[in-house]
Design a protein around this ligand. Structure first.
Ligand SMILES: Cc1ncc(COP(=O)(O)O)c(C=O)c1O
Length: 209
């Protein structure tokens, strides 16, 4: 996560160069320890994108929001009316209910926290030991350069042979992602325990003489 100073430096640079600053804060609310800093704490002259897809567990419902400088509201309204008119009505009603379900959402957060701790302990035992504790969201990014140069092929092999879906790093980083994998832990703790058990036994089978 970017801390306040790093975010401030980026925003100041953009201001100096007359570049619009867009902050995608979709994972805010899913943090472990430090609280995420919003760009709006630093400047009003920024665009902040957010959604019900992550903290509110409404992926696929196609509903989110954008905070824009006052001077740009009308311009954005015109653009949005040409792109999508409005967010689906049913999704708007469901999102209102989600705002009243904070207890359930905080339970999800506690589950992510458990899953994160579990994977940070167990993934190294499976051989994925080049990892860093994530500050937020629900993914662990692993350097797998000692296993492969082709993260897509490795992901396919893990899916077919171990029965675990992992994401190749090239989805996020075309330059260095061929040596990285992303593990998601946004599932029940039982699923995560089973997933890591399969990963361990698959990695052991690769080591066997
Ligand atoms: C960083 C980030 N921004 C935006 C999105 C898109 O979210 P939505 O499903 O609300 O369009 C995602 C979804 O995976 C994401 O990870």
């Amino acid at each position: 996560m970017l801390d306040r100073d790093a975010l401030q430096a980026l925003i100041s640079h953009c201001e100096a160069q007359d570049i619009a600053f867009i902050s995608d804060e979709i994972y805010h609310g899913i943090e472990y320890g430090k609280k995420a800093v919003t760009a709006l704490e630093i400047s009003d002259d920024v665009y902040v994108i957010n959604s019900f897809s992550k903290y509110f567990s409404m992926t696929g419902w196609r509903i989110g929001w954008m905070i824009v400088p006052e001077s740009d509201v009308r311009r954005l309204e015109r653009l949005m009316q040409n792109l999508f008119i409005c967010a689906p009505h049913a999704s708007q009603i469901a999102a209102l209910a989600a705002l009243d379900s904070i207890g359930e959402l905080e339970d999800n957060l506690a589950m992510y926290e458990r899953n994160r701790a579990l994977l940070l302990k167990e993934l190294p035992k499976a051989g994925f030991d080049k990892i860093a504790p994530p500050d937020g969201a629900f993914y662990i990014y692993a350097d797998v350069s000692d296993l492969t140069n082709d993260s897509v092929a490795l992901s396919k092999q893990i899916l077919l042979e171990a029965g675990v879906a992992v994401t190749p790093g090239v989805d996020f980083d075309p330059a260095r992602g061929h040596k990285t994998l992303r593990f998601s832990y946004a599932r029940s703790t039982e699923d995560i325990i089973e997933g890591v058990r399969r990963l361990k036994s698959w990695m052991d089978s690769k080591k066997a003489p």
